[in-house]
Design a binder for this molecule. Structure first.
Ligand code: PGA
Length: 259
């Protein structure tokens, strides 16, 4: 697990977007696992800018989103389908049939979740998975105590997550308590994982994910089992890490070796 401390969110977004764009150059039909929330917005802005400048072609890219709320229509302002349309898909000329979200309605959700897993395998697996992290350590909507072997399924959101996301809902507006999410086992099968975390509110979660024991109580700690994960943090999210100097030294040496 590499920990890359950045001086600003913009620096992290620049590095992550740069990595995605390089991967896209090498593989035009790249398979991306995508996240929502405030964290990945800077990355999406840079992907859109690269597309508008004629530097990135998304026409063959396939995407799988991490999660979606059960009970919101695709057009609801808070649905993740709306979020992705507004922040990325509406601006990069991606093909509709190459965009997938976890199933949130229909007669047999369990079967539809299995189909989502099969679609990922049929696409050849996820090349790069983008992640944020919840202040309770969740990745996707894999809340604390989620099985580390879990697959795509419906989860009940914790009070902590509902509280963190309440800011997006108007007073009295229905906030969904259920979401379909890729499982931790699904996420761990991505070839490369790029997690970003900003702000001191996430410092405990980052500390537990990077330096704590592997535990379903801090779902992001499962990433310690993944062979190719990079964690981009700002100073706020890095505040509780005990080996910050070491991580900086590792990055200096990595840069030295690749230059
Ligand atoms: P945020 O959410 O990017 O809005 O902080 C991250 C998450 O809950 O996974």
């Amino acid at each position: 697990m590499r920990v890359i401390e950045c001086s600003t969110r913009d620096e992290a977004a620049e590095l992550v977007a740069g990595e995605i764009l390089r991967a896209l150059q090498a593989k035009p039909d790249l398979v991306l696992g995508l996240a929502t929330g405030s964290t990945p917005v800077g990355v999406y802005e840079r992907l859109v800018a690269a597309h508008c400048a004629g530097d990135a072609d998304f026409s063959e890219v396939r995407t799988f989103n991490l999660d979606e709320y059960v009970g919101l229509s695709a057009l609801h302002p808070q649905s993740y389908r709306t979020f992705m349309r507004e922040h990325l898909f509406g601006s990069i000329q991606i093909q509709d049939h190459n965009v997938r979200f976890p199933p949130v309605d229909g007669f047999d959700l369990r079967a539809a979740c299995e189909q989502y897993e099969r679609a990922i395998v049929d696409a050849g697996g996820i090349d790069i998975q983008l992640l944020g992290i919840g202040s309770n350590g969740h990745i996707g909507f894999n809340e604390p105590t989620s099985s580390l072997a879990s697959r795509t399924r419906v989860k009940t959101l914790t009070d902590k997550t509902l509280g963190d996301n309440a800011r997006f809902y108007k007073e009295g507006e229905m906030q969904p308590e259920l979401a379909t999410t890729m499982g931790i086992g699904t996420i761990l099968e991505a070839k490369r994982i790029l997690l970003q975390s900003f702000g001191e509110k996430k410092a405990d979660a980052i500390h537990a994910a990077v330096e704590g024991p592997i535990s379903s109580f801090w779902p992001a700690s499962a990433l310690q089992l993944h062979p190719d994960t990079a964690i981009y943090v700002d100073a706020g999210s890095a505040a509780r890490l005990t080996m910050r100097d070491y991580y900086r030294r590792v990055e200096r040496n990595e840069r030295g070796m690749s230059s």
